[in-house]
Design a protein around this ligand. Structure first.
Ligand code: TYD
Length: 211
């Protein structure tokens, strides 16, 4: 049986540059000869993208915290079953913009549902796809939100109060302290190319096998 392809997730607050860094890493891994699949959450499959619209559009209080958690998990389940797990089974490198740590932080630690409940409810989907490595792009929320405002952002989550975004940053750092081997913290204020080099080196050191 083929060894499952590596699963790398990118996490961080708003405007931390995850999507750019994910694209840069994908290009370098492809140039090395790997088959790379890039995707994002919430979303990544037609069903999950439909749920994404329910989650990101509308008023801040459109959903209760628990209803929102189940929507994120419904989107993740479809995404894992139809895209992430099959791609890994083919041996592809899967790079995902946000995954389960976002739920642990946004809904669990910063959103008030607590980590234990979130971890319990998402255990079945994680049993099907668990990240091997997580790139955490750490950035002060004021800096990230200012970057995002310049780019014309402003979805349901970005409109939350500054204290929420501070809890998000702290939450991610807390998860990294608990799992330092899996979650690697990078300084998102570094110049784009320097950061890209650091991330590439980390990934290459971790999965240093031939394509
Ligand atoms: P998106 O526009 O993709 O933001 P970003 O570019 O910052 O990734 O919107 C995703 C939003 O959804 C983001 O604010 C974080 C939030 N989110 C959660 O609250 N829980 C989750 O499980 C995930 C995947 C995202």
């Amino acid at each position: 049986m083929r060894i499952p392809g590596p699963f790398v997730t990118f996490e961080g607050g708003e405007g931390s540059g995850k999507s750019t860094q994910l694209r840069l890493l994908a290009a370098r891994l492809s140039a090395d000869g790997h088959t790379v699949v890039t995707t994002r959450e919430p979303g990544g499959t037609p069903g999950a993208e439909a749920v994404r619209r329910l989650l990101l559009e509308g008023d801040g209080d459109r959903w209760s915290a628990l209803a929102e958690l189940y929507l994120f998990l419904a989107a993740r389940t479809d995404h894992v079953e139809r895209l992430v797990a099959p791609a890994r089974a083919r041996g592809a490198f899967v790079l995902c913009d946000r995954f389960h740590d976002s739920t642990r932080v946004y809904q669990g630690l910063a959103g008030g549902l607590g980590l234990a409940l979130v971890d319990r409810l998402q255990a079945p989907v994680l049993a099907r796809a668990r990240p091997d490595l997580t790139v955490l792009l750490d950035l002060a929320p004021e800096v990230g939100l200012a970057r995002r405002a310049r780019a014309g952002g402003g979805g349901r989550f970005e409109r939350r109060d500054p204290d929420f975004h501070r809890r998000v940053r702290e939450g991610f750092l807390e998860l990294a302290r608990r799992e330092p081997e899996r979650i690697r913290v990078f300084d998102a204020t570094l110049p784009e190319a320097v950061l890209a080099d650091e991330i590439y080196r980390t990934v290459r050191d971790r999965f240093g096998r031939e394509p």
